[in-house]
Design a protein around this ligand. Structure first.
Ligand SMILES: Nc1ncnc2c1ncn2[C@@H]1O[C@H](COP(=O)(O)OP(=O)(O)OP(=O)(O)O)[C@@H](O)[C@H]1O
Ligand SMILES: [Mg+2]
Length: 332
């Protein structure tokens, strides 16, 4: 006899999370796959294991991030990653039919939706349904999306930012840009490259953002020393970067994010804007944890803003709630 197992997957640009009905979030790992280019592109490891392997193994093994800007960039590698993660989440159960609900960005095109659907089927799911990330994130943040009153959620992930107004269990309006917290890391790399002629790595830049990054002045600002490779002679070098420097570096991506929120507010019907003024904007996703981000958004759009609890896991938690409580989701 075949058993059925209901699971949710949130395949993000930075992290992939898997929720298993009855168990909760069982996987939360980087969306990284170690591919052996010498072995015909065979997948050697995924997630944490893949991240550990990089740099410690022969040169033919490279790290691939199959999801970019919130959508599948490498189909085969994504399917391979999903297959491994689904097996891990269901403990390799062979006689189990997997019904998978997948979180997708609201800006996803029909072709991209189809790709997600097929990748999940190729990875072994016998039934696939899709749920829009902002809807899942809002439910995971504890918002009552089924009421007639509107609410607004901003999901700031690694590779994309989505803004959505939700009411009566539906997405009333939404906007998305393929720009997220990873682009802030890139902006820090670019800042140091231009100012200090020094090339720093992605992990160093992310560390700077998390340790001293902010969207507005904050109490306890400080500075960090960063190491990298000098562009002039290729030798190791270091430079100091302060909280104010990081703010300058993040100015551009933050302007785009705030601009997206502002334009979504502008195209929202006035009644709903009134509701949002009451309930406030809720921020979800890993990038929402940037210091003073609520303050900057509040200043720019004149609406109260708060960060959801456990912001990074809102989408997968919300999708999991849908599985359990049958809150609306979208079949593809
Ligand atoms: N404390 C923090 N401050 C600022 N940024 C943070 C913090 N913690 C994590 N992040 C950033 O959050 C991002 C990951 O967020 P998340 O896991 O929500 O993305 P994702 O779901 O994989 O991506 P997407 O939804 O865009 O496809 C990373 O870029 C990470 O650097
Ligand atoms: Mg996400």
């Amino acid at each position: 006899m075949l058993f059925a197992q209901d699971i949710c997957i949130d395949p993000g640009t930075s992290n992939t999370r898997v929720f298993v009905k009855g168990k909760g979030i069982v996987i939360n790992e980087p969306s990284v796959v170690a591919v052996d280019t010498a072995g015909g592109g065979s997948v050697e490891a995924v997630g944490n294991e893949a991240k550990e392997m990089i740099g410690r193994t022969p040169g033919s093994i490279t790290a691939v991030s199959p999801i970019k800007g919130g959508v599948i960039a490498d189909y085969d590698v994504t399917a391979a990653m999903l297959r491994r993660l689904m097996k891990k989440a269901t403990n390799n159960a062979i006689f189990t039919r997997i019904r998978a609900m997948i979180c997708i960005s609201s800006g996803t095109t029909d072709v991209e939706r189809r790709a997600v659907h097929l990748a999940a089927r190729d990875a072994g799911a016998s039934y696939v349904s899709l749920i829009q990330s902002p809807m899942a994130a809002a439910i995971g943040a504890g918002l009552s999306v089924n009421r007639a009153k509107g609410c607004m959620v901003v999901d700031l992930g690694g590779g994309c930012t989505e803004v959505a107004v939700l009411a009566l269990g539906d997405v009333v309006s939404s906007s998305a840009i393929r720009l997220g917290s990873k682009d802030m890391d890139e902006a820090i790399i670019e800042f140091v490259r231009q100012r200090d002629n020094l090339l720093i790595g992605e992990r160093t830049a992310e560390n700077v953002k998390i340790k001293i990054g902010s969207a507005a002045l904050y109490e306890g600002e400080s500075a960090l020393s960063v190491s990298g490779r000098r562009l002039a002679d290729g030798l190791p070098g270091s430079a100091e970067i302060s909280s104010a420097d990081v703010r300058e570096a993040l100015d551009e991506p933050l302007k785009k994010i705030v601009g997206l929120i502002r334009s979504t507010v502008e195209k929202t019907p006035p009644e709903l804007v009134g509701d949002i003024l009451d309930s406030g904007i809720v921020l979800t996703g890993g990038g929402a944890q940037l210091r003073q981000l609520p303050k900057l958004i509040r200043q720019e759009v004149k609406i109260p803003v708060r960060v959801a609890e456990n912001a990074q896991n809102c989408a997968i938690r919300g999708a999991g709630k849908c599985l359990t409580n049958k809150v609306p989701n979208e079949n593809a």
